[in-house]
Design a protein around this ligand. Sequence first.
Ligand code: PRT
Ligand code: MG
Length: 214
Amino acid sequence: MSGITIALSKGRIFEETLPLLAAAGITPTDDPEKSRKLIIGTNRPDVRLVIVRATDTPTYVQYGAADMGIAGKDVLIEHGGVGLYQPLDLNIARCRLCVAVPEGFDYAAATQPGGRIRIATKYVGAARQHFAAKGVHVDLIKLYGSMELAPLVGLSDAIVDLVSTGGTLRANKLEAVEDIMEISSRLVVNQAALKVKRELLQPVIEAFAGAVTP
Ligand code: PRT
Ligand code: MG
């Protein structure tokens, strides 16, 4: 494609990206929440959007199927960031990556140096690194969603998951006991595209940069 393709996931990232797109003079012609189209046009004939799963955004950009995209730091850590230029923290879709346990669970005792804990999570890379740094042995169980259920049914002692309002943890009688990191979404750009399509991509990057709210 001679124009540019931007990969976005629907939901919070799409919603919070709309003002950034507007700042770059880009208005989508369809709403991905209502349309089933996976390729969405814009007011600009040289810009299109592709709607992907949040976890897949870095992959589309890495292989150049999209020239740029927006992905959570959580997703980028698990992907590894190969082939991606990450020029901007967009400060959108903010949350925290946390360790959470059932209310009353003695997390301090379980995580004494040399201790052992069983963790269910989608974020195995970040979780492994976190517990290795604490010197705690960890049995990691990879899940793809609804992590909050795991400790309630004895699959794990604890979870590593994203928390924003804390409502999901409270509803399941879990509590956050440790923050691993602050999470927000980043602009990712295919490194080859940045060279070949610089005259199209650079103005979009600059418009996004100017529209970031601290
Ligand atoms: O939902 P789906 O399975 O399609 O994919 P996804 O969860 O990867 O995508 P999406 O669109 O839900 O999230 C996209 C990105 O938004 C993530 O990669 C994060 O960087 C960011 N983000 C910000 C969040 C949250 N806040 C968040 N609260 N992603 C997920 N959550 C979930 C969390 O996992 C937990 O289940 O919301 C629940 C907790 O929310 P509270 O408000 O109850 O604390
Ligand atoms: Mg989700």
